[in-house]
Each structure stands twice: as C-alpha cells, then as structure tokens.
Design a protein around this ligand. Structure first.
Ligand code: NAD
Length: 176
C-alpha cells in the first residue's frame, strides 16, 4: 500500500520527519508532495521547491530511510480547490491512503472517496514552520527544531539572511 502526505514544508522540521517515520510503519511506500511548489522568496514561503526537496531528501537519508521507500514530488497550487485532488493524482504514483492534519486537504480527499488519517502531532507548539521562521527572524534557537541536514542546507543557501531581507522588504512595502 502507498500513502500520501502533502505539506508546504517551509522549512522541513522534526515534526515532518516524525510523521513520515510513523506513516512508513503503516504503508510500504510514502509519496511526499511538496505543496505550494510555485512559491518562494516571501517571508511565509521563503524556500524554493528544489531547496525543500533537498532538505527532505538529506533528512530522510540521514535518518536511514531508504530511497526505495519514498517519492518526493513538488506540487503547485491550483486556483480551484475542487480540482486539486485530480491535479495531485496526475502528478504522483497511485496511492490509497492520505495522511494530513490540514482540514482543507482532509475535506478535499474525503469528497473524492479517499480514506484520510489525521496523524498525531509531535510537539506542534515548537515543531511548526511558523515557529522555525519566527525564531530565524529573532536570532533565537531554530536549529534544534529541524534535522541537522536541514540546518546544513539552510546555511548553504544563506536562508536566514534571505528570510530577514524578505521580511524587512515586506514591512517597508507595507509602510509605503
Ligand atoms: P505543513 O508543512 O504545515 O504540514 C504538512 C503535514 O505535516 C500536516 O498535515 C501534518 O500532518 C504534518 N505535520 C506538521 N507539523 C507536524 C508536527 N509537529 N507533528 C506531526 N506532524 C506534523 O503543510 P500544510 O499547510 O498542511 O500543506 C498543505 C499544502 O496543500 C499547502 O501547500 C497548500 O497550498 C496545499 N493545498 C493546495 C490546494 C490548492 O492548490 N487548491 C488545496 C488544498 C491544499
């Protein structure tokens, strides 16, 4: 059986890694959709789809998860929610089961006849993209919330400077 998890992963954090490990206890293969793949270079979505693929691939490898167990597929948003599930199905290998904590994602797949599981959240107050980005902006400890390989990727692409620059730009444009 194959399962699907879709997430923006801005950036990949320990919660994503834990949920992928728990999904792989239930299914043979997991498809990981990198959502909102068209977005990057904003304070809410700072990283490109390619950077997020790199973060996830390295984190899964470092955690001993074989490449034969997963497919990572960037998925752009579509304007109409009612055709999003068809759009996902067009891009991914076939799957039978959905895992998501996002209520819109759950609803769209349920209406298409899929079984949806809401996986348990691990330390959601700290393991969230919003918290990681907030700590990056405040020079607080964000590194403990993400796998070491993600720290390395974010350093390689100078991601914290990018986020701070984008955030300053958005604030100054709001003031204009
Ligand atoms: P996310 O990265 O916040 O979370 C993805 C999943 O990871 C969650 O559903 C949850 O199951 C898991 N997770 C997150 N934190 C966790 C933690 N601490 N512990 C355990 N599990 C945790 O992403 P998201 O916001 O759910 O992503 C949904 C994507 O689907 C977005 O990119 C959105 O744009 C896309 N989408 C698009 C359309 C459309 O294009 N019309 C419609 C619906 C959804």
């Amino acid at each position: 059986m194959r399962g699907l998890l879709v997430g923006r992963m801005q950036p990949v954090h320990e919660g994503h890694l834990q949920v992928i490990k728990s999904i792989l206890k239930e299914v043979e293969e997991v498809i990981i959709g990198i959502g909102s793949a068209q977005l990057s270079h904003t304070s809410k979505d700072p990283f490109t789809a390619g950077e997020r693929v790199m973060m996830l691939t390295k984190a899964l490898t470092d955690n001993g998860i074989s490449a034969s167990k997963y497919y990572i597929i960037p998925v752009q948003d579509v304007a109409c929610n009612s055709i999003w599930v068809a759009h996902i199905k067009m891009l991914t290998p076939p799957f039978e089961h959905i895992y998501s904590g996002n209520s819109l994602v759950q609803r769209l797949f349920i209406e298409d006849g899929f079984e949806v599981t809401e996986p348990p959240l691990f330390n959601r107050e700290i393991y969230s993209g919003t918290e990681v980005r907030k700590r990056m902006l405040e020079d607080d400890d964000w590194e403990s919330l993400v796998p070491q390989s993600v720290v390395n990727v974010i350093k390689e692409i100078d991601g914290v400077s990018r986020l701070k620059h984008l955030s300053r730009k958005e604030v100054s444009e709001r003031i204009k």
